[in-house]
Design a protein around this ligand. Structure first.
Ligand SMILES: [Zn+2]
Length: 374
């Protein structure tokens, strides 16, 4: 369901390799298939080392990871930033937020996750202190060391996530603190630089100490910082613009009863790669360049458009901020264009190519020092 009727309307989301296990506060909680494989592996290995205690421990840790992600999601909800879903992977959880919080909001949202682990650790720590007087940490996991080890896991989760490098929460905390006093792009540049420098130090250390997993983590941290920076630059270029600024306003539509031969002719005649498909006045789907090629090869030139179009459309109002459109257009699972509707009439289409062109031109305008048209 859409959080707001103005948003580009999207269909069901989530990776096809994950499935929903619960819904909390309207947020779908998903489990990635690799997580189940991981759990099975732990159960299998754990058979010789204390039976069920290892799988139970993994489940307990991931319950804490889920609470961490819910911390982010509920903090975001306070600011009307919607969480599309929370997915649990063997390496941790990811809460997919929709929309863009301000610097101050991002600070609260980013810190809310690790704070949950601090709260759990304090609760466990206090409980253990008063029940035994000591917190004994042992490398061997058994009933007596279960809770102390869970305590340590939460301390580790809080500290690890506060490392000031993207994609960890600490990277966001650093960026949002910087962004309170400077433009977002500049803040992201500095935060990305700090993150990548840390990643290089970590990578060199991992190499010399022979820790392969740590080297991989460092590598992904390095990539994560670069992605965050690219995303931030793009966002800043889209800022202040609306759907109608980037839409293709001269376009052609095709009838669902038309043939592939006609679609192929239309494709060659212009530079349009996506065609809204109509039945009378109604738009029922879109036909892409790939769809036309597929239709020609599988169904032949006389096959109907209806059989090879993408059913279901993403629509938007012309005034919706371009940043939101970008999210819908660059959706990996549904790369179909966003259709711009005004009073029930199709007035434009926005494809990934449109958006790339818009970003390229906006970048050129800004580097020339002239103010961008709004
Ligand atoms: Zn987090």
């Amino acid at each position: 369901m859409d959080p707001a009727p103005q948003d580009p309307q999207k269909q069901a989301t989530g990776s096809p390799w994950s499935f929903r296990i619960a819904t909390i506060e309207g947020i779908p909680i998903r489990l990635h298939i690799t997580f189940l494989l991981f759990l099975t592996y732990i159960a299998f290995v754990g058979q010789n080392r204390g039976g069920l205690i290892w799988p139970l421990f993994v489940i307990a840790v991931f319950a804490c990871v889920l609470l961490h992600e819910l911390g982010h999601a509920l903090a975001a909800k306070k600011y009307d930033v919607h969480t599309r879903d929370i997915t649990l992977y063997p390496i941790g959880g990811i809460a997919m937020l929709e929309g863009r919080p301000t610097a101050k909001q991002e600070l609260v949202i980013a810190i809310a996750g690790p704070l949950v682990n601090v709260v759990i650790a304090v609760a466990l720590g206090v409980g253990l202190y008063f029940s035994k007087g000591t917190i004994s940490i042992s490398s061997e996991l058994k009933e007596a060391t279960f809770l102390p080890t869970l305590f340590m896991a939460n301390v580790t989760l809080a500290l690890f996530n506060l490392i000031p490098a993207f994609p960890m929460d600490g990277g966001r905390v650093l960026r949002s603190i910087l962004a309170l006093n400077m433009p977002e792009v500049k803040a992201t540049q500095i935060a990305a630089f700090v993150g990548q420098s840390l990643a290089i130090v970590l990578f060199v250390y991992a190499l010399f100490s022979g820790q392969v997993v740590l080297a991989l983590v460092a590598f992904f941290v390095f990539l994560g910082a670069g992605q965050e920076l690219a995303g931030s630059v793009t966002r800043s270029l889209l800022e202040g613009h609306k759907a109608s600024d980037a839409m293709q306003s001269r376009f052609r539509t095709i009838e669902s009863g038309a043939t592939m031969e006609m679609a192929a002719e239309m494709l060659l005649a212009g530079s349009q790669y996506h065609f809204p498909v109509t039945v009378g006045d109604e738009i029922v789907g879109t036909l892409s360049r790939t769809g036309i090629a597929q239709g020609l090869s599988q169904g032949g030139p006389s096959a109907y458009v209806a059989g090879y179009m993408q059913r279901g459309i993403k629509t938007t109002d012309p005034d919706v901020p371009l940043e939101r459109i970008a999210e819908a257009v660059t959706d990996k699972e549904d790369p179909s264009p966003v259709l711009v509707m005004e009073e029930g009439r199709l007035i434009g289409i926005i494809t990934q190519d449109n958006l790339s062109e818009f970003i390229m031109l906006e970048n050129a305008r800004r580097s020339s020092g002239r103010p961008a048209s709004a």
